[in-house]
Design a protein around this ligand. Structure first.
Ligand code: SF4
Ligand code: SF4
Length: 186
């Protein structure tokens, strides 16, 4: 789908497209992120209780599956990650700088190839995939790694696509901070 078609599709879906850079941007994306962060804040204020009170919503946002009974045993891990992430953002300036949230940008399930590219040496050995590597996730001690499948428990979910995991990496600072062996900035 070319950029014109993408813009038409977004307008049909009620998104307001802002003429910024090449990527699609919309106030609707900003609103969704803000709404998510409000739920995030309420959950922290209730010490992790809120995710259980809105279990189907939690399940959908984090696991891309409204059938919460399949994932509820993992909900405590979401709250734990919220607390550790928030504390790191407040106390660690380097972590905070590496956390770049493009509020208006469309959600992504892969990095923006106009910003980064796969290193040739990685491509020769592993192709385009991360090939089971979870180093960036381990680097920040994320407890949501799916060690059995060599990936993320939340892969493909709203949270994963709208925040920093899906679009990672976005720049050389992130690549260096997370010690990623695959990507380099263009
Ligand atoms: S992609 Fe990595 S850092 Fe992001 S939630 Fe999943 S395990 Fe954690
Ligand atoms: S460190 Fe790089 S290669 Fe490894 S999982 Fe993260 S993005 Fe993929």
């Amino acid at each position: 789908m070319n950029d014109t078609n993408k813009a038409e599709l977004a307008l049909e879906q009620g998104h307001v497209i802002l003429p910024l850079r090449q990527s699609q941007r919309s106030l609707a994306y900003l609103a969704k992120r803000v709404a998510f962060l409000m739920l995030y804040a309420v959950n922290m204020a209730t010490l992790g209780l809120f995710v259980y009170l809105v279990a189907p919503v939690t399940s959908f946002l984090a696991f891309n599956d409204i059938r919460f009974w399949r994932h509820i045993h993992q909900f405590h891990k979401l709250s734990y990650r919220m607390f550790t992430h928030t504390i790191a953002l407040i106390t660690n300036p380097t972590y905070s700088r590496a956390f770049r949230l493009a509020w208006l940008d469309a959600p992504r399930d892969a990095p923006d190839r106009s910003e980064v590219e796969v290193k040739q040496a990685w491509k020769l050995e592993h192709g385009e995939s991360c090939d089971g590597c979870v180093h960036c996730c381990e680097r920040i001690g994320c407890n949501l790694i799916d060690h059995e499948r060599g990936g993320c428990m939340l892969y493909g979910s709203f949270f994963w696509r709208y925040f920093t995991c899906g679009p990672f990496p976005q720049n050389q600072f992130q690549i260096d901070y997370y010690q990623c062996p695959k990507w380099k900035a263009r």
